[in-house]
Each structure stands twice: as structure tokens, then as C-alpha cells.
Design a protein around this ligand. Structure first.
Ligand SMILES: Cc1cc2nc3c(=O)[nH]c(=O)nc-3n(C[C@H](O)[C@H](O)[C@H](O)COP(=O)(O)O)c2cc1C
Ligand SMILES: CC(C)CC(=O)C(=O)O
Length: 352
């Protein structure tokens, strides 16, 4: 194996190990993939002005998000069907995350029961939630997450259905045999796109948040906010956190880079709730750039899958350790001794 010194090295190694259809499912985006590229381009352009003579020897990477201690200001983004990438699926991911530990946002479309993931987890475990047309299904998923002791729900709001991803359409991508969304009551689906058309709530609105509040006490974040106006609405509807995301470029190719959207969202949210960002984080400097522009933490998607493909739990751990080491070095070199404290959870205002 070539030496794995950067997250790009993990990606290159993963591309050699995964079948072309699975690789393309992971890497692809919607349409002409402009938003996928934009996420990276924004980080490649971004800089951080270093401060000097700050007396920092060992930067403190820890933070506190929604009442839980995080060893690092990044978490594993929710991604579906890890058993496609490694036979141990999300169990391996959770084991890899437990080492540091790094918080893990488990996908509704996990291929391993939530309870089995929780059994090997070592840090905060949250559930990413898709809202289903049949609210009984949504309730079922929340019930499983609560039973597994998950600490928060992250409702994905940028996917009324899965978008047309040309790489998958060209290959007629199907889930490999035996891989299923086992936490859903009706787990037998072959094509993720087809399933989302049948099952996802097609016309979500802000009312869904009030309904979710009525069925669970868990803190609620929304993932997939782009416009500052929507961030303000989310706060007005009492969310506990916002994730600025374009779903890693997988849903809408004309969506702007998330890093470019971040400052306006941070400005509008004005410290009411934590603001997280995902899309295009590929190194410790990227994490620092996002923090510098006002994010309280970030989520990392594809690189974790690359680590999983390269070495199961050990590969995931390798990716997360590398990112933590790079972040620590970036903080040291930029003269940032610690992560700015995130807003504490405040009482939820009821929507007007
Ligand atoms: C293979 C794959 C599966 C994904 N599955 C989900 C999912 O089930 N739920 C969700 O909210 N987001 C999903 N996402 C989006 C990620 O949570 C995240 O927004 C995105 O990957 C971040 O960009 P990055 O991959 O550049 O880090 C998925 C992304 C990938 C690459
Ligand atoms: C199977 C899908 C629902 C997962 C997803 O959100 C994605 O592929 O982006």
C-alpha cells in the first residue's frame, strides 16, 4: 500500500479497492456536478491569516456541542449503506470513531441496526433523519434511535427525493445483494433513488419540525440549509442547530459552495444555536478555515468512506486521526490556541 499521508491518499487507495459502481455512487453529484466541485474550489481558494506570538504550544481542539464534549470540532457526516464499502458496515465506522473519539451522525439508511452501532460507539452518536411520507415510518426510525441512546436528531431538508445522479443512472446503480436499510420497517429496496421517490415525504414544510418536537425530546438540528433566510426561519422554529450543507453536491448542481454560504448564515443566526458545515472538508486546514469563518464544527463525509474502504475500522481511525493531527498543526501554525466556544443550548422559542 502506498503511504497514506493525506486524505487524498486515502481516496486514491479507496478508488483502487472499490468497484466502479460503488466508487461512483460515493463520489458522484447531481447533474453536471458543479456544486460538488464548488465545495472543493471554495476551500482551495480560502486562506487563514496566521496570528503570531500567541504563546501556544499545544492547541486545544476540544469543544462542546449541544451539551456533549467533542474531542475535535468535526464529526462523521451521515452516509448511507456502509456495508457496501466494508463487510462490517457501520459497526466498523463506529469502532473507528470510538478511538479518538469522534462524534458520528448515523444515516437513516444505515445497513446495520442502530443498536449494534451504539454497542461499539465511543463518542456522541446522533441520528440523521429522513422524513417519510408515512409518519409511522419516521416514528419507527426515531424510536429505534432513542432505544439505541442516540443524543440528537439531524433532519435532512435538502432531499425531497434523491436527485438524478448521472453516474448512477448511466450504470443503472443498484444496491449490491444483501445490503438493506435495516432500520426501516420495509427495508427491501434495490435502488436508492426509486425508494426515495416512493417513501420520502415529498412536500416537507416547517410544520414537520413542530411534529417532530411533539414525538421526541431529542435535540433537533436541520441539515441542508443554504440561505440565511432559511437559517433564520429554522431558529424561529426552535431548532437546536443548523448544518450548512448542499449534501456534498449530490442534490442540486447550481447550489453554491457551502463555505461561501457560511458567513451569511452565521451572521443571521447570531449565536442563537450552533452552526455546522459540511461539503469538501479534505484536510485539517479546511476545518480551520470553516471555524475561522464562523462554523462551530464541521462534518466529514466521503473521506470516512475512503478510510472504511482502505482498512475497515482501522482505516476510519486512520482518516480521523490524520484529520485531527492536521487540524492541531494548522491551529498551531495559525496561532489559534483553542476552538471558539459554541453557543450553549438555549430554551427553545416557540414559533410565531
Ligand atoms: C455515499 C454518500 C451517502 C450519503 N448519504 C446520506 C444520507 O443518508 N443522509 C444525509 O443526510 N446525507 C447523506 N450524504 C451527504 C453527507 O451527509 C454530506 O452532506 C456530504 O457527504 C458532505 O460532503 P463531503 O462528502 O464532501 O464531506 C451522503 C453522502 C455520500 C457521499
Ligand atoms: C440512499 C440515500 C437516501 C442516501 C443519500 O442521501 C445520498 O446518497 O446522498
Amino acid at each position: 500500500m502506498t503511504s497514506l499521508l493525506t486524505l487524498h491518499d486515502y481516496a486514491a487507495e479507496a478508488s483502487r479497492r472499490l468497484s466502479p459502481p460503488v466508487w461512483d455512487f460515493i463520489e458522484g453529484g447531481q447533474g453536471d456536478e458543479r456544486s460538488l466541485r464548488a465545495n472543493r474550489e471554495a476551500f482551495e481558494r480560502a486562506t487563514v491569516v496566521p496570528r503570531v506570538l500567541t504563546g501556544t504550544a499545544e492547541p486545544e481542539t476540544g469543544t462542546r456541542i449541544l451539551g456533549a464534549d467533542w474531542a475535535v470540532p468535526f464529526a462523521i457526516a451521515p452516509t448511507a449503506f456502509h456495508a457496501m464499502v466494508h463487510p462490517d458496515g457501520e459497526r466498523a465506522t463506529a469502532r473507528g470513531a470510538a478511538a479518538l473519539p469522534v462524534p458520528y451522525v448515523v444515516s437513516t439508511m444505515a445497513s446495520v441496526p442502530f443498536a449494534d452501532i451504539a454497542a461499539v460507539a465511543g463518542g456522541p452518536l446522533w441520528l440523521q433523519l429522513y422524513a417519510f411520507a408515512d409518519r409511522g415510518v419516521t416514528r419507527h426510525v426515531i424510536g429505534q434511535a432513542e432505544a439505541a441512546g442516540m443524543g440528537a436528531l439531524m433532519l435532512t431538508v435538502d432531499a425531497p427525493r434523491l436527485a438524478r445522479r448521472l453516474r448512477d443512472l448511466r450504470r443503472d446503480f443498484r444496491l449490491p445483494p444483501g445490503i438493506r436499510a435495516v432500520n426501516l420497517p420495509d427495508a427491501d429496496l434495490v435502488s436508492p433513488g426509486e425508494h426515495s421517490r416512493r417513501a420520502f415525504a415529498p412536500a416537507l414544510d416547517w410544520g414537520e419540525l413542530a411534529w417532530l418536537r411533539s414525538v421526541t425530546e431529542l435535540p433537533l438540528l436541520v441539515k441542508g440549509v443554504a440561505a440565511a433566510e432559511d437559517a433564520a426561519l429554522a431558529v424561529a422554529h426552535g431548532v437546536d442547530g443548523i448544518v450548512v450543507s448542499n449534501h456534498g453536491g449530490r442534490q442540486f448542481s447550481a447550489a453554491p459552495a457551502t463555505l461561501d454560504l457560511l458567513p451569511a448564515v452565521v451572521d443571521r443566526v447570531a449565536g442563537a444555536v450552533p452552526v455546522l458545515l459540511d461539503g469538501g472538508i479534505r484536510g485539517g486546514s479546511d476545518v480551520l478555515v470553516a471555524l475561522d469563518r464562523g462554523a462551530d464544527a464541521v462534518l466529514v463525509g466521503r473521506p470516512v468512506l475512503h478510510g472504511l474502504a482502505v482498512g475497515g475500522a482501522g482505516g476510519v481511525r486512520g482518516v480521523l486521526d490524520l484529520l485531527a493531527e492536521e487540524l492541531s498543526e494548522a491551529m498551531l501554525m495559525a496561532g489559534r490556541p483553542r476552538v471558539r466556544p459554541a453557543p450553549a443550548r438555549s430554551p427553545v422559542p416557540s414559533p410565531a
